[in-house]
Design a protein around this ligand. Structure first.
Ligand code: GLA
Length: 362
């Protein structure tokens, strides 16, 4: 068995004994941001790439409702690359691809809003997106105004074709444009961990920043992204999150146990939980992973730190996250190919002073 997720709960008094890493970044306590927990939703890229259209977005919104995912917390319906036409209009504004999105983005926003959901969109801080469509570099003001006029709620801002201009400048320009747009738009910085986004992203209005290159639907890639998160826990705080990329749960390249591991770890890391699978045909097995309310609660809670690696014994690791109720969430991770026993103790994870604990397998 690759993974066991559990929370050790103690008497409330034990909360005081938790030691939580603090850093200068946290100690500086910058102003609170626009969100209070990692964003949850769906994004089109991992499963569909450029093969998207407004019918897919509408039926995904419907599926979020009918499967119970919306009510489990998945609110954002995020359209990734390839939504736009190949050129701007006569006024220099972005326009939706007329074949794939003939009704336009505003109509889609109305559709998802009517279902209690929010709409996200994608652009790049470069001259073109990663798929060669018009980029936002030096068009930040007009593009942020366009997104606001369409009632967009979330922007994923990518890093392709960036002309080697400094990331902090490029991402600040869009952050300011969004702030001046008159609409609260959640700003997700997607520059693949380049130029220390964990430092600059918070300063330019970003609520999450990609820490790595792209995920793909394999155990090897997922665990390699995991390894790149170790140490970055110093930079996240409530409302501002490291983003190890979107979820692959349900896309077919990993076993159910591996997907459970992927989801448990992303939850523990306080990562954005953006589903990347086809929700129109989602299986009960996949839903049972991503609708696990206890694991989602580990993700959404802030007890002073995101999850971090506590023990690294090669094939076996212990990861843990303090919870605001004084409990401690733990992932016991077996990365090896054979069954093994992974254990920890209350003392080893920083709990102490109590003669008894309650253990819950999430
Ligand atoms: C980059 C991003 C991905 C996706 C694609 C779209 O690779 O990191 O998440 O948005 O671009 O082209």
């Amino acid at each position: 068995m690759r993974k066991l997720a559990a929370a050790l709960t103690t008497a409330a008094a034990i909360a005081a004994t938790l030691t939580v890493a603090t850093t200068n970044a946290q100690a500086a306590t910058p102003a609170p941001g626009p969100i209070t927990a990692p964003p949850m939703g769906w994004n089109s890229w991992n499963r569909f790439g450029c093969n998207i259209d407004e019918g897919l977005i509408r039926s995904t919104a419907d599926a979020l409702v009918s499967t119970g995912l919306r009510d489990a917390g998945y609110k954002y319906v995020n359209i990734d690359d390839c939504w736009m036409a190949g050129s701007r209009d006569a006024q220099g504004r972005l326009q939706a691809n007329p074949t794939r999105f003939p009704g336009g983005i505003r109509a889609l926003a109305d559709y998802v809003h009517a279902r209690g959901l929010k709409l996200g969109i994608y652009e790049s801080a470069g001259t073109a997106t990663c798929q060669g469509l018009p980029g936002s570099l030096d068009h930040e003001t007009v593009d942020a105004q366009t997104f606001a006029s369409w009632q967009v709620d979330y922007l994923k801002y990518d890093n392709c074709n960036n002309q080697a201009r400094p990331a902090a400048d490029r991402y600040r320009a869009m952050g300011e444009a969004l702030r001046n747009s008159g609409r609260a738009i959640v700003y997700s910085v997607c520059n693949w961990g380049q130029e220390d986004p964990w430092i600059f992203a918070q300063q330019v209005g970003g609520v999450a920043w990609r820490t790595t290159g792209d995920i793909n639907d394999s155990w090897g890639t997922m665990t390699s992204l995991l390894d790149q998160q170790a140490g970055l826990e110093l930079f996240s705080r409530k409302g501002f999150y490291n983003d190890p990329d979107m979820l692959e749960v349900g896309n077919g390249g990993m076993t159910p146990t591996e997907y459970t591991t992927h989801f448990s770890l992303w939850a523990l890391l306080s990562a954005p939980l953006l589903l990347g699978n086809d929700l129109r045909s989602v299986s009960a097995a996949t839903l049972s992973i991503v609708e696990n309310a206890d694991v989602i609660a580990v993700n959404q809670d802030w007890g002073g730190s995101q999850g971090r690696r506590l023990v690294d014994n090669g094939d076996t690791e212990v990861w843990g996250k303090p919870m605001s109720d004084g409990s401690f969430a733990v992932v016991l991770l077996n990365r090896g190919a054979s069954a093994t026993t992974v254990s920890t103790t209350a003392a080893a994870i920083g709990l102490g002073g109590s003669s008894q604990y309650t253990l819950k397998d999430l």
